[in-house]
Design a binder for this molecule. Sequence first.
Ligand code: FE2
Ligand code: FE2
Length: 161
Amino acid sequence: MANQDSNKSVTIENLEAAFAGESMAHIKYRYFAKLAREAGADDVARIFEDTADQEVMHAFGHLDLLYPKAQLTPAKSLEIAIEGETYEYTEMYPKFRHLAVEEGNQAAVAEYDEQIAESKEHAENFKRTLEKAAKRFAALAKVEERHANHYQQALDALNAA
Ligand SMILES: [Fe+2]
Ligand SMILES: [Fe+2]
């Protein structure tokens, strides 16, 4: 989550930091579990997998406060996702790529190039989904309006009688 808003409350900033930490723990434990399983240490893999599942719930707890359910429509969540993916492929990774070129880290440059392509694809997929959903919401609104008009006509007829 990009943090450029200096007016943000300390608690919101801490929730974002805690969300980032729990999210990282989740992915890290999944990765450790994968390596442990490959090394034949199934018991180690299992405890990392079980704990990773709990870290997801910890991260969700922070998200409940950062993105309250009452304010988050499916369209709004798509907009947030598009913004995040677009930031990744237009700003974050190009900047990281540039610095990796300067340091001569070819492995990182190649990895960033892949991430740029994938973030762009994710943003485009989300945009397509949002456009389709927007059409559906608009069509639904029209049906609702037609129903409302019918009710109004029926009510007017009753009142006129
Ligand atoms: Fe945790
Ligand atoms: Fe992505």
